[in-house]
Design a binder for this molecule. Structure first.
Ligand SMILES: *Cc1c(COP(=O)(O)O)cnc(C)c1O
Length: 262
């Protein structure tokens, strides 16, 4: 999920067992976080999965791309994919990866994953993932403390939040105000990117457009995080100063919802 939320995997596993269904977990981003201390209990239940997607190019920090699916029983892969036409007869004594997937000729993507693991070790990965999660926690706290920012969600190393002009805070929930805030934050996202100081992606949470901080870089530091709230508040204020007059000019004069109180 784009907020870093983890599905109730244990409950889903139980349903799959009861109905004899394949239990696949999309852990592309989150699965590696199961290794850290205090990992979400729901996440630990991925150990019950029949198959798990993991992206080493996310939280194993390997260069793009190294997508991967782990299957509990490799026979399922061979049953689905193996074929042996006359020109494809190799020894059964070695692992022939073309028997386990769609690709025949294939690059050695596993090398960079193996090298990264050799370099930092399991403990190094756990440390870096834990650091990323701690930084996201720190960021969430900073956002909560900042009156112009709304902390919306925090899961693993992802924080969703938005900018709310102080004079609109009392009108949160009003449809025109919410739709303006969505537009404002979308504009703000582009401004942050153009500033060259930070890059957020976005999420839409229950109709609310959110800026989305996702830390999967071992070089991100606390100083990087600490400068963000002020940056977003400043760029948010200038986006609002430009956008609000445009929007109020087109709104129903008899029912102005978006007052300009500046
Ligand atoms: C990143 C991500 C994907 C897409 O995976 P890529 O291999 O990067 O294309 C799918 N699902 C989840 C949950 C993800 O985080």
């Amino acid at each position: 999920m784009s907020s870093g939320a983890v599905d109730p995997l244990s409950d889903i596993a139980a349903i799959c067992r009861r109905h004899d269904l394949w239990f696949h977990v999309d852990g592309a981003y989150g699965a590696f976080a199961a290794t850290v201390a205090n990992a979400p209990v729901d996440l630990l239940a991925l150990s019950e999965a029949d198959s798990v997607t993991v992206d080493p190019h996310k939280w194993l920090y390997t260069p793009l791309e190294a997508g991967c699916v782990l299957v509990r029983d490799p026979r399922h892969l061979r049953d689905a994919f193996a074929y042996h036409p006359p020109y494809y007869r190799f020894s059964d004594e070695v692992i022939n990866y073309f028997d386990s997937g769609l690709q025949n000729s294939r690059g050695f993507r596993a090398l960079k994953v193996w090298l990264a693991l050799k370099h930092v070790g399991r403990q190094g990965c756990v440390q870096m993932i834990s650091d990323d999660i701690r930084l996201a926690e720190a960021f969430f706290t900073l956002v909560e403390a900042r009156p112009e920012l709304d902390a919306l969600s925090h899961g693993l190393s992802i924080v969703c939040f938005r900018y709310v002009p102080p004079d609109l805070r009392s009108q949160l929930g009003e449809p025109e105000v919410e739709s303006y805030l969505n537009r404002l934050n979308e504009d703000l996202l582009a401004r942050v990117e153009r500033s060259g100081k930070a890059f957020f992606s976005n999420a839409v949470l229950g109709g609310v457009y959110a800026l989305r901080l996702c830390i999967v870089n071992f070089r991100t530091s606390l100083e990087d995080i600490e400068m963000l709230p002020a940056l977003v508040a400043r760029l948010g204020a200038s986006a609002d100063a430009e956008l609000r007059p445009e929007v109020t000019a087109t709104q129903d004069a008899a029912r102005p919802t978006l007052r300009t109180s500046r």
